[in-house]
Design a protein around this ligand. Structure first.
Ligand code: AQP
Length: 328
């Protein structure tokens, strides 16, 4: 049995980047024979940047509801909340002693986020984020971590930490590997195609799963493009390549087919059609979401059951770890 573990931060409302790069794939993964899936709401990761406490609570439930909406089935997958399983914080502290400041300092996500947030945002928790992430995965002996390309560096560090621990204390952790989809692995910002789309970025840079049809249309119409007005996927056309990827993901058509359908369109027409397509798909999802989100009691029951399934495995691993390193 192959075990898959992945998380999403309730640090904002989920974007189409989170959806195409992670959530939708998680739902698809459930149908692979011989796989056991663990998906969690990474609220301990979320607090590495400033959060409004009541919004954080609300978004934790929102994201559980979105996962169910996009097809993550609590009967097939374990859905849990990271902060409700103390083993995640415990393993992070232990693994901190198997990684160096130099290794953590090389992580580009820390560099990017701390540059954006200024000196007061350079929190120790943000610096330590990859260690918590390593713990999240190693606690469950995950075989695979389905992530976007942006997380590959963190998965590599997780493997290094696990190998180092195993070398010192004997086989303790399974060494996990990152898996990512070649097409939708990285959805870029609509304002700046050199940066990934992020839920904590500025409003026009992302499309949220909960955006209204009007907003979606406006955002795609305003999306930054080059000036040659030719709808084509190419290295020197990152903005159009990103829009074509999104189009392909939402329509299920290959990029080459969309390129030829739009070879005479010009950007205005192409962006309008893309906006309409995404709006139509997201409106359908939003209708399902509002039913699921309105039943908070059911959501809490799903979380409670997921937490108890996850905790059995996580607590056992923590006992083994403590014993190996001499903690009573
Ligand atoms: N733009 C993206 N394209 C593809 N995949 C993406 N993911 C995030 N953004 C994109 C993938 O979504 C999963 C959950 O991400 P996360 O919320 O845990 O962390 P993140 O990558 O930091 O996401 P954001 O939206 O950028 O959040 P903020 O702005 O709060 O930092 C991961 O598998 C991630 O790869």
């Amino acid at each position: 049995m192959k075990r898959i573990v992945s998380g999403i931060k309730p640090s904002g409302d989920p974007t189409i980047g989170n959806y195409l790069g992670a959530m939708k794939r998680w739902a698809d993964n459930q149908h692979i024979e011989g796989c056991e899936n663990f998906f969690f709401i990474a609220n301990l990761h979320a607090i590495t940047t400033k959060q409004d406490p009541s919004l954080l609570k609300k978004r934790t439930l929102d994201i559980v509801a979105w996962l169910i909406t996009v097809g993550v089935d609590p009967n097939r997958s374990v859905i849990f909340v990271q902060s409700m399983i103390p083993a995640h914080s415990e393993i992070c502290w232990i693994l901190n002693n198997y990684v160096t400041m130099g290794e953590l300092g090389k992580m580009t996500q820390y560099k990017d986020k701390s540059l954006k947030s200024g000196k007061e945002g350079q929190l120790a928790g943000l610096f330590d984020y990859p260690v918590l992430m390593a713990g999240d995965v190693l606690l469950y002996d995950a075989d695979e971590i389905p992530v976007g390309f942006d997380q590959v560096q963190h998965v590599e560090l997780c493997r290094t930490i696990a190998q180092r621990f195993n070398n010192q204390h004997g086989d303790t952790f399974k060494i996990p590997k990152a898996t990512f989809s070649k097409t939708s692995a990285k959805i870029m910002s609509l304002n700046n195609a050199t940066e990934k789309m992020s839920k904590s970025d500025v409003k026009d840079s992302y499309v949220l799963l909960e955006d209204s049809a009007d907003d979606i249309l406006k955002k795609f119409k305003k999306a930054v493009t080059d000036s040659d007005n030719k709808v084509a996927f190419a290295n020197d056309k990152p903005e159009l390549s990103n829009l074509l990827t999104i189009y392909s993901e939402f329509s299920g058509k290959p990029v080459s087919e969309i390129e030829s359908e739009h070879k005479d369109s010009g950007y205005g027409k192409f962006k309008t059609e893309l906006g309409e397509l995404v709006a139509e798909k997201l409106t359908a999802l939003q209708n399902t979401y509002s039913d699921i989100r309105s039943n908070e009691e059911r959501l809490m029951n799903i979380i409670t059951e997921g937490n108890s399934n996850a905790a059995v495995i996580a607590n056992e691993k923590i006992s083994v770890l403590k014993d190996k390193i001499g903690l009573l």
